[in-house]
Design a protein around this ligand. Sequence first.
Ligand SMILES: *[C@@H]1O[C@H](CO)[C@@H](O)[C@H](O)[C@H]1NC(C)=O
Ligand SMILES: *[C@@H]1O[C@H](CO)[C@@H](O)[C@H](O)[C@H]1NC(C)=O
Ligand SMILES: *[C@@H]1O[C@H](CO)[C@@H](O)[C@H](O)[C@H]1NC(C)=O
Length: 333
Amino acid sequence: MLLAFLSALFFFVQAVIAASRTSPPSGALVVRAGTTTSGEFSSVQSAVNSLPNDGSARSIFIYPGTYTEKVYITRLGSLTIYGYTADTSTYTQNQATITYSDGADTAGSNDASGTLRIHTDNFKMYNVNVKNTRTGVQALALSQYGNRVGFYGCSFYGYQDTLYANKETQVYLKGFIEGKTDFIYGNDGQAYFGGNTIAVRGAGYITASGRNSNDSASYVFNANTVIQASDAESGTSGGYYLGRPWSPYAKVIFKNTVLNVAPNQALWSLWNGDSASVSHTLFADYNTTGPGANGLTRAGFATVLNATQADTYSISSAVGSDYASWVDTSYLV
Ligand SMILES: *[C@@H]1O[C@H](CO)[C@@H](O)[C@H](O)[C@H]1NC(C)=O
Ligand SMILES: *[C@@H]1O[C@H](CO)[C@@H](O)[C@H](O)[C@H]1NC(C)=O
Ligand SMILES: *[C@@H]1O[C@H](CO)[C@@H](O)[C@H](O)[C@H]1NC(C)=O
């Protein structure tokens, strides 16, 4: 009886006292805005560049501030970046922001426009905001090419093509993703999105899967909440879609989604009105609820899954059944 009480008290206290991260984990390099002390770095890229390219596991801690730079990570070896936060379990208390404004037109490619570019495997990032403030052109906050990559409590802000989940296996957990046009997209990414807030800025498309053959790529979303962004254009409500097919094998599954803002009632769109664009497409949803889910009609090429079918789409189907060997499962919902 006493034990049961103490155990209940323990879980209650754990739930109430959020875990903060306000100082560098042991061994981490330190990035600090403003005045640095000896051994610290004033930019994220300079800290990354100081690391040996030797396959070792390293970490970086970022103090509060806005870091105006592009960060390109290619080093061999696992790297974890931690941002300062009062609550590691959510993106809402993040205080470290990496921001830049660049588009594919000036950078030379979609990838090159990215504020944060991950071209290495076994990368993790916790509680950092990443922004690309350019609008009207492809302008990535994140360009992701690495295998076994995880983002936990991170925010990604952009307008068109915010999050390029382009290659290999990756997870996005308890974070925030904002944009208008095709703002979660890529060709071969095997990606799982769990417990995120997705903020829509206009009458566009959350996803644009560019899967171009019957391969293992897919985007599986579970338990995410869609909201209207604070700076949303008029026409957002009733105007946006869950996705459109950038390539005809597009494969996107939204499970247990809460729609706090209404989409277009068709839920999914063709690519520029082309009916051939969905010839091999799987666009599916399951248990879509919330005030925005009333009156959905769904396009003819859309699939509504039943519970048994929905069970076959999961973090395992998206990134592989060995996910627990590299994903921080404490962020799964
Ligand atoms: C795609 O591949 C899967 C698994 O290999 C197979 O079960 C399915 O029938 C294939 N679908 C098409 C349209 O070729
Ligand atoms: C449906 O989704 C909501 C929101 O994610 C969740 O709370 C609820 O448990 C889900 N219901 C089923 C039957 O999975
Ligand atoms: C779910 O759908 C599949 C495919 O149409 C069907 O075979 C199965 O019986 C359905 N399961 C339930 C529980 O409705």
